[in-house]
Design a protein around this ligand. Structure first.
Ligand code: FES
Ligand code: FES
Length: 157
């Protein structure tokens, strides 16, 4: 039987040592070992974006990332975007403009939006659509999500 290893990463701004098996998925380690349950498992195949986290500055599907790959990296989950109890402008926009319904896709949408705005502070509508193209939502029909992101861009500026 394979032995557990210890990886170390900066998770939501804090150094975190995590014991895991080498091929454990980052999603499982974050949810089950660290108990950050904001990232969700939808498809488990890299298709839906529900598990999105930001790793070393880019959004990734944590269901596809071996945990060992996170060793030495910087990872941000939805739990890391608010400051204490104060939600950030992207989260406020999703609340205000109805960008969340059941909420399953919402953490991933917000992480993808965070990534998008880090690359395009003033995105066009097409860039918003492209930036969120890896994130599926079965509730909203996307219009309210796009409105939330566009509104968030104005606030973040
Ligand atoms: S659960 Fe990771 S992309 Fe769907
Ligand atoms: S709000 Fe339900 S899946 Fe997007």
């Amino acid at each position: 039987m394979s032995k557990k290893i210890t990886i170390s990463c900066e998770l939501n701004g804090r150094t975190q040592k995590i014991e895991c098996y080498g091929m454990d998925r980052l999603l499982d380690v974050i949810r089950e070992e660290v108990k950050y349950t904001g990232a969700k498992e939808g498809c488990g195949e890299g298709e839906c974006g529900a598990c999105s986290v930001i790793m070393d500055g880019r959004v990734v599907n944590s269901c596809l990332i071996p945990a060992i790959q996170a060793d030495g990296s910087k990872v941000t989950t939805i739990e890391g975007v608010a400051v204490g109890d104060i939600i950030n402008e992207i989260q406020k926009s999703f609340l205000k403009y109805g960008g969340a319904q059941c909420g399953i896709c919402t953490p991933g949408m917000i992480m993808a939006t965070t990534d998008l705005l880090s690359r395009y502070p003033h995105p066009t509508e097409q860039q918003v659509r492209d930036g969120l193209s890896g994130n599926l939502c079965r509730c909203t029909g996307y219009t309210k999500i796009f409105e939330s992101v566009i509104a968030a861009c104005k606030e973040v500026r």
